[in-house]
Design a protein around this ligand. Structure first.
Ligand SMILES: [Zn+2]
Length: 289
């Protein structure tokens, strides 16, 4: 009897572990909340937080969620608030959790992104259906966009999370959408395979602080303010300086990782090795030499 009981527990445990990814994927429902004026944030569903602006004649969407289903749910939520058509989708960068939902939007829609973001998507979008949703309009440094009489500035400050992250800035409302340029409460994520840079991130974050903005919407957390960004810059610079000093002392990467208590995450087969911020900074510094 005892043995059967043990067996039962063990089977349960194995089942639980096997089903963990399924639980993890269970999504919270799509929820829209007003940021300021006609600017909204969309949380939940699959993928990162997104946003939209309801203009006099059309709607501007910022990022596309991760699945067709979530994108369609987002569109349904927008329709509850306005009958205006979606005019543009702006992509903050190329990561799948921000762009894979594009296929849920009507074909032929105007998609705006940094030219490097289009390059990353051109590589990643292999399915014929996906290829219908490559950005239709790109820029390099900045772009002014009007939705009716509303000015929206699209700004690129250099490589950071990737080499194509843009800020979507609404000057009148002092609201900026940052995509994944900030992460609060956890390390900044730098995609080296997309030519991201932690030193570039500091420069970009300092440029963001210079904007006359007070509300920062981002991909994976609650709305931030300037002091959140100041804190992020400070901790990032401290980490970079400490790593620099340790390298000068002749410490190896493994030794430096130990100083920061960094444990390497196990890599799933076929997936890119996950680099900690510490390792990323170490590589950036040592490559510079
Ligand atoms: Zn990202």
């Amino acid at each position: 009897m005892k043995k059967i009981f043990k067996h039962f527990i063990l089977t349960g445990l194995i089942l639980f572990i096997l089903l963990l990814p399924v639980f993890a994927q269970q999504q919270t429902p799509i929820k829209v909340h007003q940021v300021k004026g006609n600017i909204y944030e969309v949380k939940g569903g699959s993928g990162a937080n997104t946003g939209f602006f309801i203009g006099e004649k059309g709607v501007l969407v910022i990022d596309a969620k991760m699945s067709e289903e979530s994108a369609k749910q987002m569109i349904a939520e927008i329709k509850k608030l306005t009958s205006n058509p979606i005019e543009h989708i702006i992509l903050t960068h190329s990561d799948g959790d921000h762009v894979n939902g594009l296929i849920g939007f009507p074909e032929g829609i105007n998609i705006i992104a940094h030219h490097q973001t289009r390059k990353h998507m051109d590589k990643a979008f292999k399915e014929p259906k996906q290829r219908l949703y490559l950005p239709t309009q790109t820029f390099s440094n900045k772009m002014k966009l009007y939705s009716g009489s509303k000015l929206i500035k699209l700004l690129f400050f250099g490589p950071a999370h990737t080499n194509g992250d843009i800020v979507v800035f609404f000057p009148e409302e002092k609201v900026a959408f940052l995509g994944d340029l900030i992460f609060l409460g956890r390390d900044l994520l730098i995609h080296r395979h997309k030519n991201g840079s932690s030193f570039g991130a500091v420069k970009t974050l300092k440029s963001i602080l210079e904007l006359d903005a007070d509300t920062f919407v981002h991909g994976h957390g609650d709305i931030a303010n300037k002091s959140d960004i100041e804190g992020l810059i400070k901790s990032l610079e401290e980490k970079q300086n400490k790593i620099k000093a340790l390298i000068q002392e002749g410490k190896t990467l493994e030794e430096i990782k130990k100083v920061f208590n960094v444990e390497d995450r196990p890599t799933q087969p076929g997936r890119r090795r996950w680099l900690s911020l510490v390792e990323t900074i170490y590589l950036e510094i040592t490559e510079k030499k």
